[in-house]
Design a protein around this ligand. Structure first.
Ligand SMILES: Cc1cc2nc3c(=O)[nH]c(=O)nc-3n(C[C@H](O)[C@H](O)[C@H](O)COP(=O)(O)OP(=O)(O)OC[C@H]3O[C@@H](n4cnc5c(N)ncnc54)[C@H](O)[C@@H]3O)c2cc1C
Length: 418
């Protein structure tokens, strides 16, 4: 029967990183990766629109953890050991240079996710790691000190240490549950908001550099700032994606129905906008309201807002009364929408939920319940917002798990802490 020192289930970012770092940390160990499908690293391939947003240009762990709606606290220690700085150096040492974009997302300079795949696959080969494709693991048991893994077809393999890097596949969660771990209900994160509202009709493609958006629900309120985009189905853009991540659980609980308030002028308050409108009434009295756009958004949006608010297209500033302008300033800074559903964000999505964080020792990403069982990536109840944070979680967990497993099997360190 084949027996590995370290066997990784799942050929994604976390699994590859764990296997490579285990093999590099203690050369000579027998390390394997079993992947259910005919292809590895398929999410890396499609990530970041085919460019792979590898990490984020943020070297302060305390700032970095704020981008994780779930797991930020637990990732603080791990990021001190292996964060974006170490990720950049790791890839650079293997010939892959990363570049920073204006919004601090980091991509390979080639702008191709294949560069990352080639790098990881090259490291697997170089380190003699056995990669098996179409190897669907069906059951995992721990008998004494040894893990027994059964593949579809009945083949049984043994491993001294085991890594579950099965991402958001239900398999990994059912395995850990059977092994006694608690599972936090999985829900999608990083999605757009479906909103059917007359104001948005005819405005798809219109964007705002910085709005404030507040999600209100009976289970809690969430506020995020950032760019906003009007789509054919509702609202998208960084402010909405961040809200969808921080509010993922609350939104799932309400079946994606909630109230959303948008301040189209960002942090500028209603009374300040009202003052600007009153000033226009005095200074621009003879001009049409529609031709003097006081907002950061485009004129198309201003005109649509005026129409929605009942202003005639050729009404002059002089003819607008104080009450109307006050109502308009309220709408600009506190526009009420009703979220009716969850839309797709094709560039990136992730699952909130997974193996309970309280049962994982984040120094090594080892189970507190089952010594020798490691987990990293999306299988754990950790997720980040869009911007390279989800891969960083996979690299960090993969690195710490792989090196800890290497030490464990070579006898340098023994048990996980509880
Ligand atoms: C479209 C898209 C774009 C994205 N873009 C980005 C981005 O640019 N930046 C970023 O940071 N994040 C991005 N993400 C998120 C990121 O891809 C994930 O967080 C990350 O891939 C998780 O890695 P993982 O190794 O935990 O899981 P996965 O990459 O999902 O890998 C899990 C692997 O396990 C295998 N597996 C499952 N069950 C079994 C089994 N029983 N036996 C054997 N193998 C099994 C699966 O087939 C899979 O290959 C994106 C996600 C999507 C969907």
């Amino acid at each position: 029967m084949k027996k590995y020192d370290f066997l990784v289930i799942g050929g994604g970012a976390a699994g590859f990183f764990a296997a490579i770092n285990c093999a590099e940390h203690r050369p000579g160990l027998s390390v394997g990766i079993f992947e259910a499908t005919p292809r590895v690293l398929s999410k890396v391939k499609i990530s970041g629109g085919g460019r792979c947003n590898v990490t984020h240009n943020c070297f302060d762990p305390r700032a970095l953890v704020r981008h994780y709606p779930r797991g930020g606290k637990e990732l603080l220690g791990p990021f001190h050991k292996f964060g974006p700085e170490q990720t950049i150096a790791w890839f650079a040492a293997r010939g892959v240079a990363l570049k920073v974009e204006a919004d601090n997302r980091m991509f390979p300079t080639t702008d191709s996710s294949q560069t990352i795949i080639d790098c990881l696959q090259g490291a697997v080969q170089k380190n003699g790691i056995e990669l098996r494709l179409k190897a669907l693991v069906e059951t995992v048991e721990k008998i004494g000190d040894i893990f027994q893994v059964t593949l579809k077809g009945g083949e049984v393999i043994e491993a001294k240490t085991l890594m579950l890097a099965t991402g958001s596949a239900t398999f990994g969660w059912s395995v850990v549950r059977k092994l006694g771990h608690k599972l936090i209900e999985p829900n999608p994160s990083l999605f757009t908001f479906e909103i059917d509202h007359p104001l948005l009709k005819g405005l798809p493609g219109v964007s705002f550099p910085s709005v404030t958006a507040e999600l209100q629900s009976t289970d809690g309120n969430f506020v995020q700032e950032g760019p906003l985009l009007i789509t054919h189905w509702g609202l998208s853009g960084p402010a909405v994606l961040r809200l969808s991540a921080f509010g993922a659980r609350v939104l799932a609980a309400t079946d994606y129905k909630a109230d959303l308030y948008v301040n189209f002028e960002g942090r500028i308050k209603g009374d300040e906008v009202f003052a600007v409108l009153m000033n226009n009434k005095n200074q621009e009295a003879k001009k049409k309201i529609s031709t003097v756009n006081p907002l950061q958004g485009p004129r198309r949006f201003w005109e649509a807002l005026l129409e929605f608010s009942g202003f005639a297209p050729d009404k002059l500033w002089a003819d607008a009364n104080k009450k109307e302008l006050f109502k308009l300033s309220e709408l600009i800074t506190h526009f009420p929408f009703r979220i009716q559903g969850k839309g797709a964000f094709k560039e990136e999505f992730v699952t909130a939920g997974g193996v309970a964080r309280s049962e994982i020792d984040f120094r090594s990403f080892q189970s507190k319940l089952i010594p020798g069982l490691f987990m990293a990536g999306e299988v754990i109840d950790v997720d980040g917002i869009t911007g390279g944070f989800n891969f960083q979680n996979a690299w960090t967990g993969g690195f710490l798990a792989g090196t800890a497993a290497a030490e464990m099997v070579s006898g340098a360190r023994a048990e996980p802490s509880t």
